[in-house]
Write a protein that binds this ligand. Structure first.
Ligand SMILES: NC(=O)c1ccc[n+]([C@@H]2O[C@H](COP(=O)([O-])OP(=O)(O)OC[C@H]3O[C@@H](n4cnc5c(N)ncnc54)[C@H](OP(=O)(O)O)[C@@H]3O)[C@@H](O)[C@H]2O)c1
Length: 245
C-alpha cells in the first residue's frame, strides 16, 4: 500500500511506539488523527502538519464511541486504523483490584474491538486494520497475568476476525513487538523483564510502517522473535515457568 494521502486513525499516538509511528506516517504523506489523553503532548502534536490530535480516554466506552466518526469526518474517509494504545500491570493478580483489571481490558481489548467495528463501513474495499499486540501473547508471564491474557485474547480475536473481514476487502495485520524501551514499564510499575533484551520504539515503528506498505499479515520485529513465539506455543507452560521474575 502506498501511504501517500492515506487517512489514518492511530491510537496511543502521544508517546512510545505510537509517537514514532506517527512521525513515519507523516513523512510518508499520510494524514493522521492521533488519539491520546495527555493534553500537553496532544498540544505538541497539533504543530505537526497533517496531524489532527484527538483527546479520548479509550477505557471509557462513552468517550471512544465517537472516535471513528470524528476521524472519518476530519479525514474525509478512513483508510487505516492502527490499534496501538495499551498498558500493562506488573503485579500479582491477587493483589490487583478488579477496577484496574477492567480498565486494562477496556483499553487493550474492548477499544480495538469497538473501534474496528465502527471502522468497517469506512474501510470496506482495501482498508487496513493494524493491531499492535505483543510477544507476551505467545509467552504469558507471571505478575503480568491480565496483560498477557488481554494480548492473547486480542491475537485470537483478530486471527478469527481477519477471515470475516477478508470478505469485506479489509486486511488485518497483527504486529508482535518484543520488550521496547518506552514509558510502558514505568506505567506498569515495572523495571523491565529480567534477562530479556529490548528494542527502540523507532525500530518497532519502522516495522509497522513496512508491514503497512507490504501488507504482510503476521509481523515480528526479528526472525528470532518469530522463533521464540513458536517455542512459546509449543513449550508452554514451561516457557512461562522459566521466563520472568
Ligand atoms: N513497550 C513494550 O515493551 C511493548 C511490547 C509489546 C507491545 N507493546 C504494546 O505497544 C503499544 C504501545 O505501547 P508503548 O510501549 O508505546 O507504551 P507507552 O509509551 O506507555 O504509550 C502508551 C500509549 O497508549 C495511550 N493510552 C494508554 N491508556 C490510554 C487510555 N486509557 N486512553 C487513550 N490512550 C491511552 C497513551 O496515551 P496517553 O499517555 O496520552 O494517555 C500512550 O500514547 C501497547 O499496546 C503495548 O501493549 C509494548
Amino acid at each position: 500500500m502506498n501511504l501517500e494521502g492515506k487517512g489514518v486513525l492511530l491510537t496511543g499516538a502521544t508517546r512510545g511506539i505510537g509517537r514514532e509511528t506517527l512521525k513515519l506516517l507523516v513523512a510518508e504523506g499520510s494524514k493522521v488523527v492521533a488519539v491520546g489523553r495527555d493534553e500537553d503532548r496532544l498540544r505538541e502534536l497539533k504543530r505537526i502538519k497533517n496531524v489532527i490530535p484527538l483527546q479520548a480516554d479509550l477505557s471509557d466506552p462513552g468517550q471512544r464511541a465517537n472516535v471513528v466518526g470524528i476521524a472519518a469526518e476530519t479525514l474525509g474517509g478512513l483508510d487505516i486504523l492502527i490499534n496501538n494504545a495499551g498498558f500493562g500491570i506488573n503485579a500479582p493478580l491477587l493483589e490487583t483490584d478488579d477496577e484496574r483489571l477492567r480498565q486494562l481490558c477496556e483499553v487493550n481489548f474492548w477499544a480495538p474491538l469497538h473501534l474496528t467495528r465502527a471502522s468497517v463501513p469506512f474501510l470496506r474495499n482495501e482498508g487496513v486494520i493494524l493491531n499492535v499486540i505483543s510477544m507476551i501473547a505467545f509467552v504469558p508471564l507471571r505478575k503480568w497475568a491480565m496483560y498477557s491474557a488481554s494480548k492473547a485474547a486480542l491475537r485470537s480475536l483478530f486471527l478469527a476476525l481477519r477471515e470475516e473481514l477478508r470478505t469485506e476487502g479489509i486486511k488485518v495485520i497483527n504486529v508482535y513487538p518484543p520488550v521496547t524501551r518506552t514509558d510502558f514499564f514505568k506505567t506498569a510499575g515495572s523495571h523491565g523483564i529480567k534477562g530479556i533484551g529490548s528494542v527502540s520504539p523507532d525500530r518497532v515503528a519502522r516495522v509497522i510502517v513496512k508491514a503497512l506498505k507490504r501488507g504482510k499479515e503476521e509481523v515480528f520485529v526479528s526472525p528470532w522473535d518469530r522463533f521464540l513465539a513458536t517455542l512459546g506455543i509449543i513449550f508452554s507452560p514451561l516457557t512461562t515457568r522459566i521466563i520472568g521474575e
